[in-house]
Ligand binder design. Structure first.
Ligand SMILES: [Zn+2]
Length: 158
């Protein structure tokens, strides 16, 4: 399952990437046109009624909540996403690329010393070179992802 989001849903996009979902976020394109440029199987996530109407034949979730975590949980409920669908921390939050493990020595000097001392495992994005480790953001996101049900249960809110 992969996604494409409105400009206004950037934080939701980052949550979905943290969960491992391939998620494109609209940046510059004029409202709606962005969704014409992405693959048709991407689930459109939007808060815009005009987009909902225009793309009614495409898979789409119309987001109602303001809070990014609640937005993610709406997507989880409506699409029946379960823990087995998640690939946590496998993707760059910034550019959506799959990240890969890199040697500890390779990141020395590229992360703060206290981080390097404390952590054994690092991942890097091949595109933006950003380095990831299991720090406090990681823990907070783990707690959020733990709220996603183990079993898939699909419930539509209407
Ligand atoms: Zn990146």
């Amino acid at each position: 399952m992969r996604f494409a989001t409105d400009t206004t849903l950037g934080k939701l996009g980052r949550h979905l990437r943290a969960a491992g979902f391939d998620t494109l976020c609209q940046h510059q394109c004029r409202r709606g046109d962005f969704f014409d440029t992405v693959e048709a199987d991407r689930v459109i996530l939007t808060r815009t009624t005009a987009v909902k109407v225009r793309f009614k034949s495409r898979p789409l979730v119309f987001i109602r909540n303001n809070d990014p975590f609640q937005q993610m949980m709406q997507v989880v409920r409506e699409l029946g996403i379960g823990q087995s669908d998640l690939r946590p921390f496998s993707r760059c939050l910034e550019c959506n690329m799959v990240i890969s493990q890199v040697g500890r020595d390779a990141v020395r000097g590229r992360v703060p010393d206290y981080v390097w001392q404390r952590h054994q495992t690092f991942h890097a994005c091949g595109k933006c070179r950003r380095i990831y480790w299991a720090g406090s953001h990681h823990d907070r996101m783990c707690n959020r992802l733990a709220a996603i049900p183990r079993q898939k249960e699909k419930t539509h809110e209407r």
